[in-house]
Write a protein of this length. Structure first.
Lengths: 795, 268
């Protein structure tokens, strides 16, 4: 916190002192809370309603509702609902949202009032290139830290590999969120592993968020409505993963008119159809995307490519229905599948399926409820088939999930959320089957059953003009059930005992309390200091024996031996709006302490072992860092510069003699510069540049010969570094003329890795082909100078 | 689980194929490290089969000219028998004209300077090598002849096998191992799949093809599995490291009592 000037530290100290007095006066927080709730009930009234887009009828998330001349205000929730309690009187209320014209209205508040508003979309002509609402994630006043919200406009102008717009790739340009490398849509948040990110699509867990082994993400960006990522200090309603929450909400479908949009690119085509089922009341949206890269494979000449398939598709379908003034139902589904086929001999397909049924109910103007019933499924199939043998491998993780969340706008200074979440997980680690006439027996690894339940409550309290507090608590339970054999394992990884459980018998129940606390001290209108603490736990772990992301990476649940992963995240930040909010400066520092982190024994076989515990090691970790983000939000020229300085380490008995060692994702420096320039009405130009320290990797320290073959000798885990990574991408978008209003047509050009840096994807050690006496290090890099063109339309 | 492995390599091969990738040799600074002893000890059911090679590790930047350790005292004992001293035959190779028997336990002792290394290995029962032939099919992009062996895995679980392919007297470096988790008790058709983009490594008409079959114990299977997973210099493994050894005292390598059989044919 040395970055903050001493005067602000004194300011905070003084304020804290006053707060202490205040607490003394009112007793505890909770008594204070109860008092405020009851005392406000008489002379105050509530203004509530839903904020929507006028053009599409889509509800707007995080739209701001401000009272002119007062500090009072609120933002709409994830279903567009807002509730604002004010004393009797006349008010000028301004509704605004990113990308929409603000709307001001005068309201005479003499009783509770419902006011639904529809905001017109911001005209796209150059003169009005302005951002009117300060709701791009970070705010000065709010307590939430470590949150980023990217608009689809920002995401769509970032040049991407092969022109495929991708929200996962876009968020990796933010400080603290690091790409797992070329051809890998996995990402590391503040030193967390790739499996420590909670990825939600309309509230459903997405277990594998990548297509084509990581080159593309499962999210079709055309129909994404909102992307919010929490890097730390997660609100209490989220749980189950240690390091981040990526909450993706899809569009609901236009309930005003039929619309068709889509795009055609070098490797994929997309089509989205939406429209009202009953105008203003209900709508649908169907969207599909398929890649056709494999159609070009024969061009490369190799005869085998003709019988090769490599593609993915995804389908999103949604429907919503307004039942009355107080109820709304949403049904949404996602289906994505990747198919890889090599000749007739090897086939593999994998994908996610999710389904969400949601019911919004407004009990009254201050009490909003959402009930969700969610299904998620990730599975893969491998088929190996040749003249002699055939073999099928199937693996799956399935969730049934019930979630209830109530939002209570308790008064002008309190907003409460509480509810519960209950998920039943069924994991099929591996079923290996064969037709029987071949060399193989069937092998069934035991299915695993677990029930993850949590209850949460949180309160956001505007304690004073200069102080906002948020405190929440999450109680989580993870119960593991039979039937099945569970194992006791000693330090050497040998099974010492097998415990047999009957169907439904409780094997183990882990309870965890997860407090979440955050405070923001508002120094002035443009400056604040925030601090937060959060504890998160995680009971599903991704086990992968490869540094690349394969769909065959395996999700396992905690067992009697594998303990829940746990993290304590401490963060502090300093926030400053500059030049009349044209610039935002965000500085955050964090320290994370991890427990029960999983690593693998050397040469671990995680695929055919029922007692997977025998292949794993467990230990602790720590991560700390400093993140700087300077963002320019208005004008022709927009963009940001992000920088992260960080350290991530693990300490695991059995690796590096139990000493601290760098985690693979330890990166000292990470820089991203993202720029966008609106040249004129027709042309939009963009460029981004990234630089980061190479990953920590294990290289051999020596070599020896076994059976006339060279084998490498290793001494230290992750003691070496990949070369530094850097890359420049360029993009340009040309608007084409369209005849009607609210339609658009554009051509997007991009050049990925514009200066052709050979970034190391892999470094292997091998013998020189001409002189086998020499061992050499061979670097493989993937993409250089990849141009693309794509066409996007909206009618 | 050789099959499974193959699938993954196939996968990886494909990834590299589709990417507009490029490869180049780079310089990597590797810190030199203290040398370690390496022991490769075998006892088979053949004549003159006690064999132990003692060597040391080299630095990564050294030329691949391995020097044997010539002053070691090496003995192998069969259970219930006195130890047999192995005689140094040059460049770290120690041998004794003795043969092992399935079901017996063997004890290895190697003394170098004031360090002593010991290991124990039980020779598994012999499984017959039924036939060797070649099958021809499209594989990694071209029609290839593939060495195929047949054997019948016995009903009790716990068997493991290692094959080596030798063409015109030259050993192919692919490691072919399988345990019986998936093939227990079955008549097994096992293909020696070689993932190489180099056509020169394909079987050609007139080649002399020899395949060796070893019935190995689980310790030795774990060692070779470890080698394939994490010690061949390919760091796409999440945890490169040294394969599990059954040698006590801090040496690398293995001691294996295994059966041995071979078949030969002339490729048509």
């Amino acid at each position: 916190m040395t970055i903050i000037c001493p005067s602000s530290a004194i300011f905070v100290a003084l304020r804290l002192f006053r707060l202490r007095n205040m607490i003394k006066k009112t007793g505890t927080f909770f008594i204070g809370l109860l008092l405020t709730l009851t005392s406000f009930a008489q002379e105050k009234f509530t203004l509530s309603g839903t904020v929507k887009s006028a053009a599409s009828g889509e509800t707007l998330i995080n739209a701001s509702v401000e009272v002119t001349g007062k500090a009072a205000g609120t933002v709409s929730n994830e279903y567009g609902f807002y509730s604002l309690t004010l004393p009797r009187g006349d008010y000028d209320i301004t509704y605004s949202a990113v990308g929409f014209e603000p709307l001001s209205t005068t309201i005479r508040l003499t009783g509770d009032q419902v006011r639904n508003v529809s905001l017109p979309e911001l005209a796209t002509d150059l003169d009005s290139v302005k951002v009117t609402a300060n709701t791009t994630g970070r705010t000065i006043r709010g307590t939430q830290m470590g949150v980023e919200r990217l608009t689809m406009k920002e995401i769509n102008t970032i040049p991407m590999l092969l022109g495929e717009r991708d929200i996962l790739k876009a968020i990796q340009l933010l400080p603290g969120i690091k790409s797992a490398g070329d051809g890998n849509s996995g990402f590391y948040v503040r030193g967390g592993s790739t499996d420590q990110n909670l990825i939600l699509l309309d509230e459903a867990n997405v277990y594998n968020a990548s297509h084509l082994m990581g080159f593309f993400s499962t999210f079709n960006s055309d129909i994404v409505k909102d992307v919010t990522v929490y890097k730390g200090g997660m609100p209490a309603q989220y749980g189950g993963r240690l390091s981040s929450v990526l909450d993706v909400k899809m569009n609901e479908g236009n309930n005003q008119r039929y619309a068709v949009s889509g795009g055609v690119g070098l490797i994929s085509a997309k089509l989205n159809v939406e429209g009202p089922i009953q105008r203003d009341r209900s709508s649908f949206l169907v969207s599909g995307r398929r890649t056709y890269a494999d159609l070009f494979l024969p061009v490369f000449g190799d005869s085998s490519n003709r019988n090769t398939r490599l593609f993915f598709y995804d389908v999103n379908a949604k429907m919503n229905y307004t039942l009355g003034k107080k109820d709304r139902l949403y049904l949404s589904g996602y289906l994505g599948r990747d198919v890889l086929k090599l000749e007739k001999q090897f086939g593999m397909d994998w994908g996610n399926k999710t389904g969400t049924l949601r019911w919004n109910h407004i009990f009254n103007d201050r009490l909003f409820s959402n009930t969700s019933f969610i299904y998620s499924d990730f599975n893969y199939n491998i088929a190996i088939n040749n003249s002699n043998n055939d073999l099928n491998i199937f693996s799956q993780i399935r969730d049934l999930n019930l979630k209830e969340e109530v939002q209570w706008y308790a008064g002008s200074s309190h907003a409460l959320r509480f509810g519960f979440n209950s998920i039943y997980h069924t994991i099929t680690p591996g079923e290996i089957t064969s037709s029987g006439k071949t060399s193989y027996n069937n092998l069934y690894l035991q299915d695993r059953y677990s029930w993850e339940t949590s209850a949460f409550a949180s309160d956001t309290w505007k304690a004073a003009k200069w102080l906002n507090l948020a405190f929440g608590l999450r109680l989580s339970s993870f119960a593991i059930f039979g039937p099945g054999d569970f194992y006791e394992v000693d330090d050497a990884g040998t099974v010492t005992d097998t415990l047999r459980y009957a169907k439904g018998a409780l094997v183990k129940n882990y309870w965890n309390l997860e407090p979440r606390i955050a405070a923001s001290f508002i120094l002035n209108n443009s400056t604040s200091v925030k601090a937060s603490y959060a504890r998160n736990t995680q009971n599903l772990h991704l086990v992968s024996n490869s540094a690349a992301n394969f769909p065959t990476d395996k999700w396992i649940a905690s067992t009697n031996v594998i303990k829940p992963e746990l993290v304590d995240i401490y963060s502090v930040g300093w926030y400053k709006n500059l030049a009349g909010s044209r610039y935002e400066l965000t500085t955050e520092a964090y320290y994370k302490s991890f427990q029960n982190q999983i690593d693998y024994r050397t040469g671990a076989d995680v695929y055919t072992n029922d007692a997977i515990e025998t292949q794993l090691l467990s230990g602790i970790g720590r991560a700390y860092g400093l993140e700087l983000l300077l963002k320019k939000k208005q004008g022709r020229f927009t963009g940001w510069i992000g920088y992260t300085l960080s350290k991530t380490e693990r300490k695991i008995e059995g690796i590096n003699d139990g000493q601290w060692y760098n985690a693979r994702q330890d990166r000292t420096h990470d820089i991203a510069i993202v720029t966008n320039y609106q040249l004129n009405k027709k042309w939009n130009l963009s460029a981004n540049w990234v630089y980061y320290t190479g990953d920590a990797v294990t290289f051999p320290s020596g070599k020896y010969v076994i059976d006339k073959q060279i084998v490498f000798y290793y001494t230290r885990r992750n003691a070496y570094r990949m070369p530094a990574y850097h890359r420049l991408d360029l993009g340009a978008t040309r608007q084409l003329k369209t005849r009607r209003k609210n339609t658009s047509s554009e051509l997007a050009f991009s050049l990925f890795n514009a200066y052709g840096r050979e970034n190391a994807y892999l470094i292997t050690f091998q013998q020189n082909e001409d002189n086998p006496d020499i061992t050499e290090a061979m670097q493989t890099s993937l993409f250089r100078f990849v141009p693309s063109i794509s066409w996007h339309f909206k009618f | 689980m050789k099959k499974r492995n193959g699938a993954f390599r196939c996968f990886f091969f494909f990834l590299l194929l589709t990417a507009t990738g490029c490869q180049k040799v780079i310089h990597v600074d590797i810190q030199d490290t203290r040398k370690k002893y390496v022991i490769e000890g075998t006892v088979t059911d053949q004549e003159d089969s006690y064999s132990v090679i003692v060597s040391q590790t080299l630095d990564v930047s050294d030329l691949n000219l391995f020097k044997g350790v010539e002053d070691a005292a090496v003995t192998v004992a069969e259970e219930g028998q006195p130890p047999v001293a192995l005689e140094h035959r040059g460049n770290g190779l120690y041998r004794a004209n003795a043969s092992g028997k399935p079901g017996k336990t063997y004890y290895l002792s190697v003394r170098v300077g004031n360090e002593t290394f010991t290991a124990t290995s039980v020779m598994p029962e012999k499984v017959a090598f039924d036939t060797l032939y070649t099958t021809s099919r499209l594989f990694v992009g071209r029609q290839q002849g593939i060495a195929t062996v047949e054997f019948r895995d016995p009903p009790p679980p716990g068997n493991a096998y290692r094959f080596t392919q030798i063409v015109n007297g030259e050993k192919e470096n692919t490691i072919f191992i399988t345990n019986d988790k998936l093939i227990n008790g079955r008549n097994v058709i096992y293909e020696l799949l070689i993932f190489s983009s180099d056509e020169a490594s394909d079987l050609k008409a007139g080649d002399n093809l020899q395949v060796d079959m070893r019935c190995i114990n689980m310790d030795n299977y774990e060692f070779w599995y470890g080698v394939t997973q994490s010690a061949l210099g390919q760091n796409q493994s999440a945890s490169p490291g040294n394969p599990a050894t059954n040698i006590r005292g801090g040496a690398l390598g293995y001691f294996s009592a295994n059966t041995f059989d071979k078949r030969e044919l002339s490729v048509k």
